[in-house]
Design a protein around this ligand. Structure first.
Ligand code: ATP
Length: 248
């Protein structure tokens, strides 16, 4: 890493660190060509948020954790950007929930799948965890999706009742919602189709959102689902916080 990104006191440290993680992942063959574009879109929204976890995002993270804890068969979905940016946090959350992670990518090639699976398995071992890492042998299809991006595991995404899908594309999010699952989205863009269609959407940077959930789990253990949680209202609060930053 260059000197600026290596210095935690640098004002852009967190942002530079995330870019560096993407560069490393790209060199390992984990990313699609469009990965940097998706990241750049996220960065722009994060700038408007002030690169912090807002009150509404913290409330969404609490409801997300409670929903995943209450689920019978939760699964955490991993794509290339998520594996690059927040692999350890995804594995730690899966370990807390005693559930699998499943690698499920939009532009599926055998080489990219292998690179991401290798990375996940290496980190699983390095962290001393034994989280089941799925994606290597898909034996089912997500109804309503065409082509390789429909591929999934029967004992993973297909039969899950709650899924965490950070940085997901709108079509797949919609297909998972249509299957009747609780779909927890992490997306910095409150206007994206995924953010709008999800059951619970955390408008926050993916590693911050996951660390917020891990911290809640560490401090409080089991968290209760809030029956009065209002997805649309929380999403609108996130958008309002961004718009307010433009007026400052
Ligand atoms: P949709 O299909 O849901 O309308 P899209 O086509 O804009 O969305 P994609 O390019 O499939 O979205 O996914 C990238 C999404 O992830 C973008 O909405 C972007 O804001 C968000 N994003 C990118 N990087 C991060 C990050 N580090 N943390 C959280 N969200 C991110």
């Amino acid at each position: 890493m260059d000197d600026i990104a290596a210095d935690p006191s640098h004002p852009r440290y967190a942002s530079l660190l995330m870019r560096h993680r993407l560069e490393v992942a790209a060199r390992k063959g984990m990313l699609a060509d469009s990965a940097m574009i998706a990241h750049g879109r996220g960065e722009a929204f994060d700038y408007l948020l002030g690169e912090r976890t807002t009150d509404s995002a913290a409330r969404a993270a609490r409801q997300a954790l409670a929903t995943l804890q209450a689920a019978e068969r939760p699964v955490l979905s991993i794509n290339g950007n998520v594996a690059a940016l927040a692999c350890d946090e995804m594995l730690q959350l899966a370990n807390h929930l005693s559930c699998p992670v499943e690698v499920n990518i939009f532009y599926r090639t055998p080489e990219r799948m292998e690179a991401i699976l290798d990375h996940m398995n290496e980190r699983n071992q390095a962290l001393g965890l034994t989280v089941p890492v799925l994606g290597h042998a898909p034996d089912a299809q997500i109804p309503g999706l065409k082509g390789p991006r429909a591929a999934c595991h029967r004992d993973g995404l297909l039969n899950s009742d709650a899924v965490l899908v950070p940085l997901e594309d709108g079509d797949r999010c919609n297909a998972l919602v249509a299957m009747g699952k609780s779909v927890v989205v992490v997306d910095l863009n409150p206007l994206s189709r995924s953010a709008q269609q999800g059951t619970i959407t955390i408008v926050d940077e993916v590693s911050r959102a996951l660390n917020a959930m891990l911290e809640l789990a560490r401090v409080e253990g089991e968290v209760q689902v809030d029956p009065s949680y209002d997805h649309a209202a929380v999403l609108n609060e996130g958008l309002a916080e961004m718009l307010a930053s433009l007026k400052r």
